[in-house]
Ligand binder design. Structure first.
Ligand code: DX5
Ligand code: ZN
Length: 226
């Protein structure tokens, strides 16, 4: 079953409560929260205080995507703010094993993100310890960018490796997801779609989610028949 994770990065924050309630009612699976520090990525978003406030107004699992240097200093802070999944960017981890352990110690699901240029092979030894690989399909930092389709073979390679080794690891794609790119990502093996601009930039986010669900169902059927 494909999961949909709206990213609130480019939301109109004065309407955040209404927008979260809208996507929750539309049946999305989790909320994707992009944390940016202005160092690892050239943008600043929001921090644990905002995550804590969001936790109070939704029952959706909070999927916290850390795009920050020194993630080890913040894992427990975001755990206490209400995260269900914490994803660290591999490029920021001097010792990835330690970060994975720190997230597990908080009894949360572990995600590891790879930038578009980072080879997936660098993560294979860790797959039995993590719940999700986030494959960035844009350069991290901003919402509303164009999907980088050269990441598709990475998705396919990883899905193949996961099935051959009988692992249970989700593949999340993040950046530039719309109806077309969602289809390609799913057909190559992704099962969690992050979508910001496609949902919140739409005049009718409810319909955008319903349309995306239809594409998910069709593409899933197609890849199951392969
Ligand atoms: C980019 C973030 C994404 C982004 C997705 O660094 O990780 O989550 O907000 O937004 P769209 O769907 O607009 O590309
Ligand atoms: Zn993200």
């Amino acid at each position: 079953m494909i999961k949909i994770a709206p990213s609130i990065l480019n939301c109109e924050f004065t309407n955040l409560k209404e927008l979260i309630s809208l996507v929750e009612k539309a049946g999305v699976d989790m909320l994707h929260l992009d944390i940016m520090d202005g160092h690892f990525v050239p943008n600043i978003s929001f921090g644990p205080q905002v995550v804590k406030s969001i936790k109070k107004i939704t029952k959706l699992p909070l999927d916290v995507h850390l795009m920050i240097e020194n993630p080890q200093e913040f894992i427990s802070v975001f755990a206490h703010a209400g995260a269900r999944i914490i994803t660290v960017s591999k490029e920021t981890c001097i010792n990835l094993g330690e970060q994975i352990e720190a997230i597990m110690k908080e009894r949360l699901e572990v995600g590891v993100a790879l930038n578009p240029q980072t080879p997936v092979e660098s993560l294979l030894n860790y797959l039995d310890q993590i719940n999700m690989v986030l494959l960035m399909t844009v350069e991290p930092g901003f919402g509303g960018q164009k999907f980088i389709s050269s990441v598709l073979p990475k998705i396919a390679y990883l899905r193949d490796y996961i099935s051959k080794n009988r692992l249970t690891v989700d593949i999340q794609v993040d950046g530039g997801i719309d109806l077309n790119t969602a289809r390609s990502a799913i057909e190559n093996g992704a099962n969690i779609l992050v979508a910001g601009e496609y949902i919140f930039g739409s005049p009718d986010p409810r319909k955008a989610i319903a349309d995306l669900r239809k594409v998910c169902a069709l593409s899933e059927k197609k890849s199951a028949g392969k």
